[in-house]
Design a protein around this ligand. Structure first.
Ligand code: F6P
Length: 323
């Protein structure tokens, strides 16, 4: 008999519930006991832990967010807190932990693994910036939300021959912005990974109109040096010379709160089941992930020190398609 625990940590992502459900049901079908830790690593420190049975995770797969609650827990970053987390796991007789979350959460999982505790990571963040997986839980849903907004903005922009900037999430990573720009047919994209001159954006908008486009849409990532606020401020300041307004929409957390798509439910379900398999096989200190269509595992020490980099081919594709 094994006793394992699961927690969700960091920013919530649509599909986390499907991952929790898969962990609980796959573990219980092996005859194990499962505990849910509420509110991430902070909840672990406080002992906010309760058993989960198959009925507790019924009818949650189709819901966004996480039934366990999530948190960024700066307190857990200290060595003393990590020792206390380990003590808590031992007091609760928990033999292995599955952590569903993004980069910060995987670093926290790695810390436990280095202290000898069997821990497995499941990559989940709408940013898709975790090393070791082509795709993370929540990305597909967040992109679909962004695309719905972009399609609507283009409709109104075309009626008025207007220029719009739409800001998507991504503090350090432009994946969402780049993919939304390609799939949404944007005229320009502004990313944290690439310096952007607002004068170049103005030129791209003017040239789009000269080529007969009825609208001009710019997608920016939240973490770009010229995010939506800075870009509109620049355009307002130079309004006379620009000759047009740039209207702004910030999607923000709307992208995180949606119910998960089919793709996210499936990905999360496969990841949750794979994490339980890892524990059963004694393959701990790893994060599950997807490479192509295959499920893979990557050592947490690699995940912790690496970041996904921007796909330059995709960037070139976005530019080439914007003619
Ligand atoms: O979950 C990832 C993310 O949504 C980033 O895109 C964003 O920068 C950040 O989380 C916002 O985090 P918080 O929930 O702490 O405001």
């Amino acid at each position: 008999m094994r006793r394992i625990a699961v927690l969700t940590s960091g920013g919530d992502a649509p599909g986390m519930n499907a991952a929790i459900r898969a962990v609980v049901r796959m573990a219980i079908s092996r005859g194990w006991e499962v505990l849910g830790v509420r509110h991430g690593f902070g909840g672990l420190l406080q002992g906010d832990i309760a058993p989960l049975d198959p009925r507790d995770v019924g009818e949650i797969m189709q819901r966004g967010g996480t039934i366990l609650g999530s948190a960024r827990s700066p307190e857990y970053d200290t060595p003393d807190a990590r020792d206390r987390a380990l003590d808590r796991l031992r007091t609760e007789r928990i033999q292995a932990l599955i952590v569903i979350g993004g980069n910060g959460s995987q670093a926290g999982t790695h810390a436990l693994a280095t202290m000898g505790f069997p821990a497995v990571g499941v990559p989940s963040t709408i940013d898709n910036d975790v090393y070791g997986s082509d795709m993370t839980i929540g990305v597909d849903t967040a992109l679909n939300v962004a695309l719905e907004a972009i399609d609507r903005l283009k409709t109104t922009a075309s009626s008025h021959r207007r220029a719009f900037v739409v800001e998507v999430m991504g503090r350090h990573c432009g994946y969402l912005a780049l993919m939304a720009a390609i799939a949404g047919g944007a005229e320009a994209v502004v990313l944290p990974e690439k310096e952007t001159d607002p004068e170049d954006i103005a030129l791209q908008i003017r040239e789009a109109w000269e080529r007969g486009k009825p609208h001009a849409l710019v997608v920016v990532a939240q973490g770009a040096s010229y995010n939506a606020a800075k870009l509109t401020e620049y355009f307002e300041k130079h309004r006379e010379r620009m000759g047009f307004d740039l209207r702004s929409t910030m999607l923000g957390y709307v992208q995180r709160g949606s119910d998960p798509t089919y793709a996210d439910r499936m990905l999360a379900t496969r990841f949750g089941a794979a994490a339980v398999d890892c524990i059963a096989e004694g393959n701990c200190g790893v994060m599950v992930g997807l490479r192509g269509a295959e499920l893979v595992t990557t050592a947490l020490h690699e995940v912790a020190v690496n970041r996904r980099t921007l796909d330059q081919e995709m960037l070139a594709l976005a530019d080439a398609l914007a003619i």
